[in-house]
Structure formats: C-alpha cells, structure tokens
Design a protein around this ligand. Structure first.
Ligand code: ZN
Ligand code: ZN
Ligand code: ZN
Length: 170
C-alpha cells in the first residue's frame, strides 16, 4: 500500500513536499518526453501549496498574483490538463478541485481521504483493493473504465480535542 497519510496528517516541513513534487515532475516529464514549462511548473507548485485541493479559479487567481499578469482561464485549464494527463495531479469530482499526486507513475486506486473539518486530502493506492474491485466487476460483467473513491471523514489532527476546547467544557 502506498500512502501519504502520515505526512498529510502530521506536522512537517511542507516546503519539502513542494520541492519533492517538483523534482518528481521533472523526472517524469523527462521520462515521458514532455515539457514542464514554467507555467505548468508554477501551476503544480500552486496545487502543492498545501494538502488541500484547489479549484481552477483559485489556481488562476494565484497564478495571476505570482506572475503579476492577468491569466486567461484557458491557460490554467491547459496546464491542469497536462498535469492530469501525466498523473501529477488528480481531480476530485465531488469538489471539482485538484490535488497534487504524491506518487505519480505508480499503481493507483484513486482513493482519497477528505477531511470535512480542515479540507486536507490524503491519497492511498492499494493493489489488493484494486484486485477486489476488479473481481467484483468481472463477476458482474461490468467493464471498468475508471475508478474514483472519495472517503469523507475527520483526519487525526482534527479529531484530537484542543486544550482550549477542554477548558470550555469545564
Ligand atoms: Zn506537506
Ligand atoms: Zn495519485
Ligand atoms: Zn482535518
């Protein structure tokens, strides 16, 4: 099983996440003969600014701020399309938002744990889960084309009561 849950749900130096995402992207682009243009790289780093997904409009706003120029929506969508195609980011359908992938170029379950309190999203890839889903589809003659599993709940950070909350109950 691959997951970034410990990182997403724990205190860490997030600048390392951003750096790691950019270097993974460079490696993958080199392997796939694709070009990580400055705009594409900036959009990726915007999506890695936190472990919370962003909508296209939010990406557009941040890109305009960073570049100091008005950015047209097609520019943002083209960059997002490119990153999606390479598997460097994912689209969360229910939120219509995008999140960076912590392990592109590996087997995927497209399974996301979304915290309803803080909005953080962690990803899990589990080969045995994929096998079970494929078996269920085979048994029912359902031709599986794509898979997207969104779990909503409360992350470990948000489920720990804060000291202030304890005092207010006394
Ligand atoms: Zn991080
Ligand atoms: Zn992923
Ligand atoms: Zn949370």
């Amino acid at each position: 099983m691959l997951t970034n849950t410990r990182l997403v749900h724990g205190q860490h130096d997030h600048s390392r996440c951003v750096d790691a995402a950019l270097s993974r992207a460079e490696d993958l682009c080199q392997k796939k003969n694709a070009k990580l243009t400055p705009t594409r790289a900036t959009v990726l780093s915007i999506l890695w600014q936190s472990h919370r997904p962003l909508g296209a409009y939010q990406v557009q706003g941040r890109l305009s701020k960073i570049t100091g120029k008005a950015i047209a929506p097609p520019t943002v969508y083209r960059a997002i399309e490119f990153l999606l195609r390479l598997g460097l980011i994912h689209r969360l359908p229910s939120l219509n938002a995008y999140i960076g992938c912590p392990f592109p170029n590996s087997e995927h379950s497209n399974l996301f744990m979304i915290c309803i309190e803080c909005g953080c999203v962690a990803e899990i890839a589990d080969a045995s889960l994929n096998t079970r889903l494929q078996t269920a589809c085979d048994k029912t003659n359902f031709k599986l084309h794509s898979q997207n599993i969104e779990l909503f709940g409360v992350c470990p950070q948000c489920s720990v009561p804060t000291i202030n909350e304890d005092i207010s109950h006394v």
